[in-house]
Design a binder for this molecule. Sequence first.
Ligand code: NAD
Ligand code: ZN
Length: 358
Amino acid sequence: MKFRNFKLTGYVVYGNGSFDQLGEIIAPKRKDNAPMIFFVDEYFRDKPDFLNRIPLEGQDKIVIIDVTHEPKTTYVDKLRDELTAAFGTVSGIIGIGGGSVMDMAKAVSLMMSNPGSSADYQGWDLVKVPGVYKVGVPTISGTGAEVSRTCVLTGPTRKLGMNSDYTVYDQILLDPSLTASVPVNQRFYTAMDCYIHCVESLTGTYLNAFSKSYGEKAQELCEEIFLQKNNWDSDSDEKLMMASYAGGMSIAYSQVGVAHAVSYGLSYLLGTKHGIGNCIVFDKLEEYYPEGVAKFKEMVKKHNIDIPQHITKGLTDAQFDTMINVSLGMAPLWENALGKDWKEKIDAKKLRALYERL
Ligand code: NAD
Ligand code: ZN
């Protein structure tokens, strides 16, 4: 097909306090004797006031998700095996947390009905049957994982998402008040994932009016809350949650660019997390995104954020080569950023020089 035909999220609820409506929303999706499973970010492990708001019934279960590392196929398969052994099937999976939990809930939902290992489905449109009902409740804003058609997983041979129409959430619940507790640095790193999505989409060669409309709005919201406002308040949480949503919609119909291509290499070799990795790279991309990087630096300064430096110091030639190969393997990202003749504009030598500056 010449034009992409995008599957969107089924239902969306938005508003402070909307989390307390979750029980009512999922009630019609409950099947006899099959529990709802709540994947909850480990941050909430010792927060009984929050855990008590989860609408548990019958055999429903809370599974605390370890987010020390970004989601791995082995972790997805293990949770699927445990749920299948305990319950046979489940009515649905509700992911409550940051981008890592968003992706874990999507992946396990799919693996409840697709045979084999999640590693078999890393790629494009390899998932053939829908998963169980799934709901996404983000508790940090920025990744856009709540609206995307992928869930990024690290597998035995590569870091790649299960990209498919079935990956999209059936329902999302956007309650900005859930994000109020995110620490300042983390909030910034994840928010900048959104800001960088916008810059990469808006300056990319894949841009069209659909992507542009969402990207401009998301970028405007980020600049308002991080540059124009002087205090962080509930209005900022509300706007950042909508920026994340719009940023995700923007890249759905375009693509990310240089920051993501380079940061994937860091993440593959060093395990650098997505949000902070993008910031480390974007900080050095003035050649590709002069305006975006200048504004980013202003935001870093204004919010007194710590951007790690010299993280590639002392790496071997082989290690640099690994990062370079992972990065150059992301052809659509480079093509979006630099055009069809991208191979004439970026090569291993130039990329090595960039990695050495990080
Ligand atoms: P994260 O999910 O790793 O969470 C960051 C930290 O914030 C964690 O320590 C978590 O416990 C904590 N946290 C979560 N909610 C909190 C709250 N309300 N208060 C206090 N602390 C809280 O980080 P992230 O940046 O949200 O997500 C990164 C992940 O998202 C990566 O795995 C990346 O690959 C993935 N991602 C996916 C997509 C997609 O389209 N599927 C897009 C971008 C990124
Ligand atoms: Zn991203």
